[in-house]
Design a protein around this ligand. Structure first.
Ligand code: AMP
Length: 415
């Protein structure tokens, strides 16, 4: 099935047009700066890619409906496009960041579903209005094409109460639905499915820890194909140290900093989300490649030496935290068959994978150092553990768009 996957942000709209039969991406791109400029939308542009050829053009787009019209015009263009008419788009799959306590699985868009989605604004105030605009944009251009919503949180809805509740008073949960929801669920689901396939076992019989380590990072315990626990919480700030996010900290440290620095709640939120993590510890970059190159730098200036020292701390913290989660989740699942590394950092950096696994010998994890360093190139899962490793370790290139397209296909085919 040919599916258009949409990831709408407040002023952007990313798209991938996929064929689910082989996972092939026929075309993809992004509309940026939607609604920006004077007059409104005059600063907008589209970047479109087909067969590795990139096209960038300025186009006024005052809202997501106009952006969708331009996307369709590109997809059906005789030179830049891949289809002759928009009727060839069989379905649309939307990435939705937060499904709150309402959505347990991917869902066909109906009036009632749309109504419920509006309630999710509370949980993701920046993202949900953007998703709504993206959906409305698609509806305005292709009112008869089925649309499916795929939520980043729904995979984590199988967590038991003991995993998703916080230790606040129960009325906070009752009044505000304050609990752990997790994030990156589409990636954790994709990676766990691919890992079970690579193990050659039904997922219902496996215990897997999936490590999605990128600019945003989270780890999940996937027991028998279902999420038992995950490191992200009420928002994507929880859990691991990330590019610019601090991850889990002592809650009292939050009020302490607010008092000392005179931060408002909004300023504190901004600080924890944008100025901490790898950036805050290293003091110069949130990009993991910069952290690694600072560590290997032989530059003799005081500044370079300080960057090297602090980048070393950031790398050690990240590896240590990943180890702690793997240890905790092995205990929570009462066993472990496989660990999978996914997303920008973990798919690409052998040093981090080595540091994480070198502390896990006791769990029966033994890396094949040569494969870990030199053998990870495939778009398919790569086994990087030694033949006699009790727990298998994989690098699994994540593919959230393909997962969204597959869910969309399954739901639309069943109509
Ligand atoms: P993601 O959020 O999954 O796109 O991941 C982004 C992160 O992956 C950034 O911190 C990048 O520095 C990191 N990254 C991307 N490519 C590499 C690479 N070849 N080696 C190390 N880190 C990488």
């Amino acid at each position: 099935m040919k599916v258009l996957v949409i990831n709408a942000g407040s002023s952007s709209l990313k798209y991938q047009f996929l064929d689910t039969s082989d996972g092939n991406v026929l075309a993809k791109g992004v509309c940026e700066r939607i609604g920006e400029g004077e007059p409104a939308g005059s600063a907008a542009r589209i970047q479109h890619k087909k067969n590795g050829v990139a096209y960038t053009e300025n186009h006024p787009m005052s809202d997501h409906s106009e952006a969708m019209k331009i996307v369709i015009a590109y997809l059906t263009d005789s030179e830049k496009g891949v289809i002759s008419s928009m009727d060839e788009i069989e379905a649309i799959g939307h990435r939705v960041v937060h499904g709150g306590p309402y959505f347990f699985e991917s869902t066909l868009l109906t009036d009632e579903v749309f109504e419920t989605l509006t309630k999710c604004v509370t949980f993701a105030p920046l993202h949900t209005p953007a998703h709504i605009m993206g959906i409305q944009g698609c509806l305005s251009v292709m009112p008869n094409t089925p649309e499916v919503l795929v939520f980043d949180t729904s995979f984590h809805q199988t967590m038991p109460e003991k995993a998703y509740m916080f230790g606040f008073s129960y009325d906070m949960y009752e009044k505000y639905s304050l609990r752990k929801y997790g994030a990156h669920g589409t990636s954790h689901r994709f990676v766990s499915i691919e890992t079970a396939k690579a193990l050659g076992r039904p997922i219902e019989e496996t215990k897997i820890v999936t490590c999605h380590i990128g600019n945003g990072s989270s780890i999940s315990a996937v027991k028998y194909g279902k999420c038992l626990d995950t490191s992200m919480g009420f928002t994507p700030l929880d859990g691991l140290l990330m590019g610019t996010r601090c991850g889990a900290v002592d809650a009292s440290a939050v009020t302490f900093i607010m008092e000392k620095e005179g931060y408002t709640p909004e300023e504190m939120n901004d600080y924890m989300n944008k100025k901490c993590g790898l950036l805050g510890i290293s003091g110069f970059s949130s990009d993991f490649r910069d952290i690694i190159s600072a560590i290997s730098s032989t530059e003799d200036t005081d500044e370079a030496k300080e960057r090297k020292r602090r980048s070393g701390i950031a790398l050690d913290m990240l590896a240590y935290e990943i180890q702690r989660y793997i240890g905790a989740y092995t205990a929570a699942m009462d066993g472990l068959d496989a660990i999978s590394f996914a997303a920008g950092i973990a798919e690409n950096n052998a040093t981090l994978r080595r540091l994480v696994c070198s502390g896990l010998d006791w769990f029966g994890v033994k890396l094949d150092d040569d494969v870990n360093e030199n053998g990870v190139h495939s778009p398919n899962p790569t086994l990087i553990s030694a033949a006699d490793s009790k727990v298998k370790v994989f690098v699994v290139p994540t593919n959230e768009e393909l997962m969204i397209a597959r869910d969309t296909e399954a739901i639309v085919k069943a109509l």
